[in-house]
Write a protein that binds this ligand. Structure first.
Ligand code: ADP
Ligand code: MG
Length: 321
């Protein structure tokens, strides 16, 4: 089946089944017209997934639709924002209606769950690439910026860490010693933005970030922005038995510390508000784990279970390194 650009947009992206009263005009005109609620701020974030770089060309298109939206919603979660609207720029090598149908299904299932409306986008021919821009609303007093951590603050992480990195190793053909990889591929291909957690901790946390490039790199951003350092106790990291076993066997902490794609939230909180934080998240299925403390100085230091310091320099993913 050959579709024109217009038909393609109409068929797959004109109505994902989310209607919002703050969308005055959605897909179809030159611009969307949107109403930011009185007294709230607009949080905006954009992420691109490029074929061959962020995913293999033959990846399941339904999971790709999910992930393209999920990674952007994760940025909103890290800021303490309520998702509202998204735009989608697609570059496609060809019009493949089976692929598009599956992609739109994955995208819209998450959009419906998160209550975000797709309000516009752009569609071109080219190498497969997907850009999503997400828009959400934050309250000025409850926004979670990267620069708010202070010495003495406790560091919390939602679990689990490293499962996606383990799946990525397996997908590259490395034997990670697991009989059933499906839960790990699920963590890599179907990340779940921690929106419930974000809504519970905003206003309590002093800083937050989502783990997309690895804990050390992303917590490093909190340290840099706040002019502080972080001390992590590795025996407190929330690791699955598989990741723990892999670290034991190989001595390679890069899987939990530098593996990207977890999309967990790392937050800091002042010690006076620790009880309040724990009460706020007690009803959630996503658990928070206290993994360390913010100190003066700079950088992220990791303490091994035996008390010694992890010496190898674990870095996160850098596209231009
Ligand atoms: P223009 O030529 O005025 O830029 P386009 O032909 O690019 O318009 O797009 C027509 C309409 O379809 C616009 O409202 C645009 O936002 C929307 N649109 C285009 N591509 C997508 C897409 N992939 N997802 C959602 N909306 C899209
Ligand atoms: Mg256009």
């Amino acid at each position: 089946m050959s579709l024109s650009e217009f038909d393609l947009i109409q068929t797959y992206f004109s109505d994902l089944g989310v209607s919002r009263s703050d969308v005055l005009l959605g897909v179809g005109d030159d611009c969307a017209l949107l109403q930011v609620p009185e007294g709230r701020q607009l949080a905006v974030s954009i992420d691109t997934l490029v074929s061959g770089r962020h995913f293999l060309p033959d990846v399941d298109p339904e999971s790709l639709g999910h992930k393209a939206l999920a990674v952007n919603l994760s940025d909103l979660a890290a800021m303490g924002a309520d998702p509202a609207w998204v735009t989608l720029a697609l570059s496609l090598p060809e019009v493949d209606s089976v692929w598009l149908e599956a992609f739109a299904r994955g995208f819209s299932a998450l959009a419906v769950r998160a209550g975000v409306a797709l309000v516009g986008g752009d569609t071109t021919r080219g190498r497969l690439s997907i850009t999503v821009q997400a828009h959400g609303f934050v309250d000025r007093q409850r926004v979670m910026r990267r620069d708010g951590a202070r010495p003495g603050d406790l560091i919390y992480l939602s679990g689990w860490l490293g499962d996606a990195a383990l799946a990525l190793l397996a997908r590259r053909g490395i034997d990670v010693g697991l009989a059933d990889l499906s839960p790990f591929y699920r963590r890599l291909d179907w990340p779940e933005p921690r929106l419930d957690l974000s809504a519970a901790v905003r206003g309590i946390a002093s800083a937050a970030i989502d783990i997309s490039d690895g804990l050390v790199a992303d917590l490093g951003h909190i340290c840099k922005a706040g002019g502080v350092s972080a001390a992590i106790q590795l025996d407190r990291l929330p690791l699955s038995a598989a990741v723990y076993g892999y670290v034991q066997k190989t001595g390679d902490w890069a899987v939990p510390l530098a593996g990207g794609d977890d999309y967990e939230l790392c937050i800091t909180v002042s010690p006076e508000r620790e009880k309040e934080l724990e009460a706020a998240v007690s009803h959630l299925s996503t658990k928070l784990h206290r993994i360390g403390v913010i100190e003066e100085g700079e950088g992220v230091r990791c303490r091994l279970p035996n008390g010694s310091r992890l010496e190898n320099d674990v870095k996160g993913y850098d596209h231009f390194a």
